[in-house]
Design a protein around this ligand. Structure first.
Ligand code: FES
Ligand SMILES: [Fe+2]
Length: 363
């Protein structure tokens, strides 16, 4: 149980629908952005256009023409990193500056310019900064596992559009006790509910670990183990990078043995609000210490991890979280939850989130 009742303050309001803006969000998988793509995506309730400059670097700007509000993503990419509006032909550069007006004397009104956003390609993702303070690439969360792992051990880039606010998905991930119930047999089982939960905070970084000793290994991890026994010590350590990116290290070791003898995967969970009530959910997994050596078998495992995680999120977590969002909305938007011991992680991250929102004037 969280150690004080201050936790039942505003930090527990559910699904606030507010966004922290001065931070990095994932706008897209890097692989979604081909050289000639104009990608339209609503992020933080704002229609954004993403594309690549001729040198390959990503660019982002508002996807709403300043003239009559046509989506630029319906237009054309022109040489010189320009995008032409489909409706009356205004042209914009990669910073959102209007650089050509084919009408009248060709003068460009100051108000024609669009808002551009800081974007960085890193760890196979396109990151965007939509706040008003300078974008600092040093603040991009560390997903180095995506760079240091051989492609054979990284699953396909996954994506789901969830009909729920991002906070409910963070709650889900920082309280993995739900794996016993929602993902019985795949990611948890009746034995794995008995875990010690440990929450640590380092600045705004929150780490929740729940090691589970000597239990029957759930199916997905069992498929990675190379030892005989169906039992093992399970590892679950998840980090929350404010406001909505998470990295879970999950795995299994033979009972009583050190992590160096175990195996598992880093589960990458990247949440970006589309609106207050819908969330872009990007996910993938990178295996750590793979013990299986056969390349064909490893390709099979890679496909299996992707398939089972997609099933777990789309068919097991998704329906419950989306129904939970509908209930919360029916109840007026901010019902108070009854807190349990398993909520230590969610309580702590909500405090940080609330502070960040307050600091930006949105809380
Ligand atoms: S709406 Fe874009 S040029 Fe008219
Ligand atoms: Fe889940």
């Amino acid at each position: 149980m969280p150690d004080d009742h201050a936790a039942t303050s505003a930090a527990q309001g559910l699904a606030s629908g507010r966004f922290v803006r001065n931070c990095w969000y994932v706008a897209a998988w890097a692989s979604e952005l081909a050289a000639d793509t104009l990608l339209a995506r609503t992020l933080l309730d704002r229609p954004v256009l993403l594309f690549r400059r001729e040198d390959g670097t990503p660019a982002a700007m508002d996807d709403t023409c300043s003239h009559r509000f046509a989506p630029l993503s319906m237009g054309k990419k022109l040489p010189g990193d320009r995008v032409q509006c489909p409706y009356h032909g205004l042209e914009f550069n990669a910073d959102g500056q209007c650089v050509h007006n084919p009408h009248g004397n060709g003068a460009i009104p100051q108000a024609a310019h669009l808002r551009g956003y800081g974007v960085v390609e890193r760890h196979q993702m396109i990151w965007i900064w939509m706040g008003d303070t300078p974008a600092d690439p040093a603040k991009i969360p560390d997903y180095g596992c995506m760079d240091s792992t051989d492609a054979l051990f990284i699953t396909d880039p996954g994506y789901l559009l969830m009909q729920a606010g991002y906070e409910l998905i963070v709650d889900n991930l920082l309280d993995l006790s739900h794996t016993t119930y929602l993902h019985d047999g795949i990611l948890g089982n009746a034995e794995t509910v008995h875990a010690r939960i440990n929450v640590e905070q380092d600045g705004d970084l929150i780490t929740v670990s729940r090691p589970i000793g000597d239990v029957t290994t759930p199916g997905l991890l069992r498929g990675l183990a190379t030892w005989e026994s169906p039992r093992g010590d399970q590892i679950q350590t998840i980090r929350w990078f404010a406001p909505s990116c998470l990295l879970l290290q999950t795995g299994v070791t033979p009972v009583g043995r050190p992590q160096t003898e175990g195996t598992g995967f880093y589960a990458v969970h990247l949440l970006t609000p589309q609106t207050a009530r819908t969330t872009h959910y990007f996910y993938t997994a990178a295996r750590w210490n793979p013990l299986t050596t056969d390349a064909a078998r490893n390709a099979e495992i890679r496909a299996h991890i992707y398939k089972m995680r997609t099933y777990a999120f789309a068919e097991q977590d998704g329906p419950v979280i989306e129904a939970q969002q509908r209930r919360i909305d029916q109840l007026g938007g901010a019902p108070r939850p009854t807190l349990l011991a398993i909520d230590a992680g969610p309580v702590q991250y909500r405090r940080v989130l609330e502070r960040m929102l307050r600091e930006e004037g949105g809380g």
